[in-house]
Write a protein that binds this ligand. Structure first.
Ligand code: ZN
Length: 346
């Protein structure tokens, strides 16, 4: 392995709240806090001369808006945000897009699926979990105590952390070339973490804006939800990783949605693929006896799953089980308690 075939982090520490780090000419890296185990999201501002294009926005909260105001007056030197690019529909990325559209007159550029999903979920406010969601939790074999808590609690609602989204967006799609921040960027679409997730590959220098499709040091959550219980996002993820690997170069500076900017994209892409193949192998062994998704944390996660991460772990476990089921490595039967029992086909 040569010296360049390594993952390196040119900046050891992230920008402080309300501050920015220039990672390339005209490209600022900033952070917004998240009230979760993963406690931050990266956002980028690219200088368009008379204004900025920003990539992703953070949650909508009083605190985020206050930090944005500090950023606008400080590092962004009072120039307007004219365009918001959203990589995928998750709330830490799309949260304030509607605010920038409505209050600042910015235009929103994102994929069609990201826009539709974000807007649908923003409007779909529920005081209690839907019947379909509870039934889906049953299918996953959710822990009884957690199930009983969740059935009577207000669920996670997009509307709580995503600003209302006005009508109107500009569609981004595969192979588009978009000009912002003084560079041309080719769009490559990824899937698996979020459907139709946009990534941007500069053709003028070595920058990649990867959202959560390519992250260093942590794995992007790959989950199955009640919206599409039979989905196989692990297959989508692996297909995306293999396809995007073709464009990865060791000298690229990858600017992702979380953690630190890094170089060594070719190594990282290989790791992302290998990690899931490894997880699937361990899971398959674990299915010598029939198991529900709730009984599959040990082979998949190298850490204790606490209550705060239980939901993400459960949807990720089902995603890997669905994959084994769809490729014909596992069978699926319905147990008396209405949970799906997966078992290795030998
Ligand atoms: Zn994210």
């Amino acid at each position: 392995m040569s010296i360049i075939d390594k993952i390196r982090y040119p900046w050891e520490v992230p920008p402080r709240e309300g501050e920015a780090v220039e990672v390339a000419e005209g490209v600022l890296w900033m952070r917004l806090p998240l009230p979760m185990a993963l406690d931050h999201v990266n956002i980028y501002a690219l200088d368009d001369g008379d204004g900025w294009t920003i990539v992703d926005t953070g949650f909508d909260s009083k605190r985020s808006r206050a930090i944005w105001r500090v950023l606008l007056d400080g590092p962004l030197s009072g120039k307007p945000i004219r365009r918001v690019i959203v990589t995928h529909h998750h709330p830490d990325h799309v949260g304030l897009a509607g605010w920038f559209q409505k209050d600042f007159g910015a235009s929103l550029w994102t994929t069609r699926t990201a826009w539709l999903f974000a807007r649908m979920l923003q409007l779909d406010e529920q005081a209690l979990p839907r019947q379909e969601t509870l039934e889906f939790y049953r299918r996953c074999g959710m822990d009884e105590e957690i199930f009983n808590e969740r059935r009577s609690e207000r669920p996670f609602n997009f509307a709580d952390v995503v600003a209302p989204m006005p009508l109107g967006f500009r569609r981004i799609k595969q192979d588009d070339t978009i000009h912002f921040g003084g560079r041309d960027w080719v769009v490559h679409i990824g899937n698996g973490h979020a459907p139709e997730h946009a990534t941007f590959w500069s053709t003028d220098d070595n920058l990649v804006l990867s959202g959560d499709q390519i992250l260093p040091s942590i794995s992007s959550n790959i989950g199955v939800y009640a919206t599409e219980p039979e989905a196989d996002p692990v297959a989508d993820w692996l297909e995306s990783c293999e396809r995007l690997s073709q464009y990865a170069r060791s000298d690229q500076l990858v600017l992702g949605g979380h953690k630190l900017p890094f170089t060594g994209a070719t190594v990282r892409m290989r790791q992302l693929i290998d990690n899931h193949h490894g997880a699937l192998e361990r899971l398959e062994k674990h299915l010598e006896t029939g198991r529900t998704a709730g009984e599959c944390f040990a082979p998949l996660f190298k850490r204790q799953i606490d209550k705060a991460s239980y939901g993400l772990a459960l949807v990720e476990a089902l995603a890997h089980l669905n994959h084994l089921y769809h490729v014909g490595s596992a069978s699926r039967t319905l147990r008396e308690d209405r949970s799906w029992l997966f078992q290795k086909i030998s």
